[in-house]
Design a protein around this ligand. Sequence first.
Ligand code: DGY
Length: 322
Amino acid sequence: MSRPSILVARPVFPEILALLRAHFEVDHHDGVDALPPAELVARLQGKVGALTTGSERIDAALLAACPGLKIVANMAVGFNNFDVPAMTAHGVLATNTPDVLTETTADFGFALLMATARRVCESEHYLRAGQWKQWRYDLFAGAEVHGSTLGILGMGRIGQGVAKRGAHGFGMKVIYHNRSRLSPELEAECRASYVSKAELLAQADHLVLVLPYSAESHHAIGAAEIAQMKPTATLINIARGGIVDDAALALALRERRIAAAGLDVFESEPRVHPDLLTVPNVVLTPHIASATVKTRLAMARLAADNLIGFLTRGQALTPINP
Ligand code: DGY
């Protein structure tokens, strides 16, 4: 009997590729760039499954052109690259990689918060450029982290991880806004208080975005929201690019309407809004919040296990639309 064929649409760990090759005929796109949509459709012909990352858009047009497809396993917890209703309508299972990246991503949220508040990157560039002449009382004086107010927009697993780090590790007052309020037990565990979005914007010294991207959260932070923040505040985005209006943010940073921002995700990544590249008070990283070797391996393994489980036994571990 011929083995099922799958597409691995992105470079992946050799051991994961070997695992998949033990079960399937594997077509592997090992290129630096993501496959353009037409090429993705061409490579999916005759495939029953695919391993993707956030870079591959799985929408109604693609699904109509790939009738043999049965499962797409995203190596990411976010799945805004999937049109889930269209996948359900075409009988295609969608899976993601929740839980395995929660703590690592929360760690990075804090790394970005610390780097942004304490001006780590700006001061490093200054030193490397040979500009450091003397100690000065105000040299790269930044914002206090311990004891400040940490605001979290989006209080899922990663948001809760960020809250615990802030409350337990840095003695921060934690406030959050979310579509639904946490249970009293979870609020106590995170030492976090629920507030309205307006209160969150007005009170946070450091505002961390950890909400999923959707039509509803598109530009949840734009010029109007930034105007409600403290001029001394920092904004950290480890969620998805489209949640922030990058042009409005770049202008606000240039005009010092907020102190600084730390961004791991961008509206049109891997392209970064040119205005963000020229303001000094922003820390920019290339979507690496979950990037430790251990966590990325766990994500790849879970995506592979979803493909293997579903295509060999009819059961995926972390289905989105079971
Ligand atoms: C995720 O898992 O959603 C991360 O953003 C990596 O893509």
